[in-house]
Design a protein around this ligand. Structure first.
Ligand code: FAD
Length: 441
């Protein structure tokens, strides 16, 4: 009997320490740099580096650094279930993942280089990435479309010992701070993209890599964001910078994207919990129309529904994490659950955060509470790593593989033949008297 919803006491101690450490030491940094979320990625910012150094040291001392990684890569190797519990704490703060060495997209990029990079790439990029000394970028989306890789046109071809890259990329997060970019390019346009794409490691300042502009998110000044619109004008990289082999781009990328998606979902639990706590406090504090909000049934429904939805979402995320630990790879079952939690992430953020924001009235939408910022995240979380619709489609396709069409004209659940079969099965008991009683009682 292996169903268990408890945390081992030794690991709970670690979580308790993390909870306090993040609240006391890390969350204040978010307040200090409010509205400047991309400083988290600016490893050249002396103030940020100075502030983070002692905190990272403390995390390493407690063996909590880079817990998404196996011990051979310098991580705790705790597995995804424990990582989920940790991310439920880290998700409260924009700096926390950086302080704990598990910041996306560096997490997935490190895994790619660890798996597929050569020794010199590991020395130059993996080591400092794992130490949190540099940041990286993963660039796949193109300006003409991100949801459908079949529309990608940014291409690369071989000339001697080099790949030559030509085309555009869009929303390449943190490219301006990155020491290197992993860029998905079409290397064979004659075959389906899933077999004709490759990942190239492009070092920063590579001649021919042009920043058309940096795109910001809502609230940021035009031109000051961290999401780059890039143009490659015959930029050249050595052939050994092809990570994972020519034509293997999607096989390699799926490994990293799967992990990334579930980690977003894990951190979302933290955001939801924060919004929910605010909702409950508000309901008990605000008096209007003759009672506190908590006494109004419409508000009680918001709280009841939010509680239930968060619990369901959290358990679903934990289940997906448990599946990854069990299978140790991103097989079909795992991919289906990761895609399902990805879809659920956008939906639940929309419902819970909207309720929390709305119950705070004008204050809720103001810049004096974190709720409007969380509301901004709803669209982001439903879009990053592929929009909800695409993942819903993928869930449906995986689910339908376990079903077959009905063999006859009517569904297999059609009651008439089933009743007939039941009567045949129990024919010996069906005397005339019993049949009369069943039909008339
Ligand atoms: C904050 C942020 C950071 C990002 N960082 C990165 C990054 O670092 N690297 C990177 O490569 N990309 C990044 N992206 C891009 C992201 O991966 C894409 O935005 C995403 O894949 C969707 O692509 P798109 O924006 O071109 O939307 P489109 O592909 O144009 O889709 C637009 C909308 O169409 C609908 N839609 C799409 N397909 C279907 C369908 N099959 N059925 C029904 N409806 C559909 C959905 O509503 C979708 O939102 C980032 C995005 C954001 C918001």
């Amino acid at each position: 009997m292996a169903w268990d919803f408890e945390t081992e006491p030794e690991f709970q101690e670690k979580l308790d320490w993390m909870d306090e450490f993040v609240r006391e030491e890390v969350e204040p940094l978010d307040l200090l740099f409010r509205g400047k979320s991309d400083v988290v990625f600016d490893m050249k910012n002396e103030l940020v580096v100075k502030l983070l150094a002692p905190l990272k040291q403390e995390v390493k001392k407690r063996d909590l650094w880079a817990c998404h990684l196996t011990p051979d890569l310098g991580g705790g190797g705790y597995g995804q279930v424990k990582l989920a519990l940790m991310n439920e704490i880290l998700g409260r703060s924009m700096f926390a993942s950086r302080v704990f060495g598990c910041q996306a997209p560096d997490t997935g990029n490190a895994e790619l280089i660890a798996h597929y990079g050569n020794d010199s790439q590991k020395d130059k990029y993996l080591k400092p990435l794992l130490e949190g000394e540099i940041v990286s970028c993963f660039s796949m989306t193109e300006p003409a479309g991100g949801s459908d890789p079949k529309t990608f046109t940014c291409k690369a071809w071989r000339e001697g010992d080099e790949y030559v890259i030509e085309g555009e990329k869009w929303f390449a997060s943190n490219a301006k701070y990155a020491e290197f970019l992993l860029v998905v390019v079409v290397t064979d346009p004659e075959v389906p993209i899933y077999k004709g794409a490759s990942i190239l490691l492009v070092p920063k300042d590579t001649p021919g890599m042009e920043f058309v502009r940096n795109v910001g998110l809502a609230g940021e000044r035009i031109g000051h964001g961290a999401h780059a619109y890039l143009r490659f004008n015959k930029a050249r990289v050595p052939v050994e910078n092809c990570i994972g082999g020519e034509g293997q781009g999607f096989v390699a990328a799926q490994t990293r994207l799967g992990g990334g998606r579930i980690h977003h979902a894990m951190r979302t639990v933290a955001t939801l919990k924060k919004a929910f706590d605010m909702m409950c406090e508000r309901a008990l504090s605000r008096f209007t129309q003759g009672s506190i909000l908590a006494e109004k049934q419409l508000v009680q429904q918001m709280i009841g529904d939010s509680y239930t939805e968060i619990l369901q979402f959290r358990l679903h995320v934990m289940y997906a994490a448990w599946l990854i630990d069990k299978h140790k790879k991103y097989n079909r079952e795992v991919r289906k659950e990761i895609a399902a939690t990805k879809v659920a992430t956008g939906h639940i953020m929309k419902s819970v955060i909207y309720r929390a924001l709305h119950l705070h009235g004008a204050l809720g939408v103001s810049n004096e509470l974190p709720l409007a910022g969380m509301w901004n995240q709803v669209g982001i979380m439903a879009t990053v790593d592929g929009p909800s619709e695409v993942h819903s489609i993928s869930v449906a396709k995986q689910v339908l593989r376990d079903y077959e069409p009905s063999p006859g004209l009517f569904p297999t659940a059609h009651l008439l033949p089933k009743i007939e079969a039941a009567r045949d099965k129990y024919a010996e008991y069906l005397t005339e008297e019993n049949m009369h009683w069943i039909a008339n009682s």
